[in-house]
Ligand binder design. Structure first.
Ligand code: ZN
Length: 182
């Protein structure tokens, strides 16, 4: 079991030099964007971040995470618990120019001096989130229509309804991602 929370800010140079490994559990306080999605029964995401330098002398942070979130099942519209896991290798670069030179397999993480591990975890979580969530097949059914009895035609209507009503949290995450690309 992981005990200590992940440190918030880490000095990149020190962490890389020591090949530092950080691990901890993040909850609503550390990843506020996910506060509403965390499963009340296990409201923490476990995160491990390891720093190092590859053979090309590029600094990286390897991020692994695991946890549960509650999403809305797109079939029955009831909550469904989804296991999330993420695994990425990020090349730490000061800007876009250096990002282009990263070795294959490294996604750019633009940072100078320090890296905010909570924010990093939050971004990785957003990437790990499924676009749509469902209960396993056969475990739920579409809700009985609140208008009238269901028919084949309404099956089509339902999917339109769903796409017109995405998770507000998800869309705000996506928007947020855009603004971080600077
Ligand atoms: Zn369902």
């Amino acid at each position: 079991m992981l005990a200590a929370p992940l440190p918030n800010t880490v000095n990149i140079r020190k962490a890389v030099t020591r090949s530092a490994r950080y691990e901890g559990s993040l909850g609503a306080e550390q990843i506020p964007q996910f506060a509403e999605l965390l499963d009340p029964a296990s409201p923490e995401i476990e995160v491990v971040v390891e720093f190092g330098e590859n053979d090309d002398g590029q600094q990286f942070a390897a991020v692994e995470m695991q946890g549960k979130v509650v999403l809305e099942c797109q079939r029955c519209l009831q909550p469904v618990i989804c296991e999330l896991s993420g695994n990425s290798r990020l090349g730490i670069v000061p800007g876009d120019e250096q990002a282009k030179q990263l070795s294959a397999g490294l996604e750019p993480l633009i940072a100078v001096d320090d890296v905010d591990l909570w924010e990093l975890a939050e971004e990785e979580l957003a990437l790990a989130l499924p676009v749509v969530a469902y209960h396993p097949d056969g475990e739920c059914e579409p809700p009985k229509s609140d208008r009238q009895g269901r028919s084949e035609d309404q099956e089509l209507g339902l999917s339109e309804e769903v796409s017109a009503n995405p998770f507000s949290v998800l869309s705000s995450l996506l928007n947020n991602d855009d603004t971080k690309e600077k």
